[in-house]
Design a protein around this ligand. Structure first.
Ligand SMILES: [Zn+2]
Length: 71
């Protein structure tokens, strides 16, 4: 399984980790200017990357496809 990390450019919401099968990712708007998605091959990599990408809102597992836990 591959994971994806959603980063909100405006820093309005936490950095969230989703499964790459999540509809938030598969239905994402292409060309969106406020959101960047990064891919990671393992949850460990995803968490490490998410922590690195955090600004002020923290980071968490998405509640839609994962357990919603804060990192
Ligand atoms: Zn999700």
């Amino acid at each position: 399984m591959t994971f994806v990390i959603m980063v909100d450019i405006s820093d309005a919401v936490p950095v969230t980790i989703h499964k790459d099968s999540c509809s938030y990712y598969t239905n994402r708007k292409l060309g969106a200017t406020t959101t960047v998605w990064c891919q990671a091959n393992t949850m460990e990599d995803a968490e490490m990357l998410a922590r690195r990408l955090v600004k002020s809102q923290g980071s968490k597992h998405a509640g839609c496809c994962l357990d919603g836990a804060s990192l």
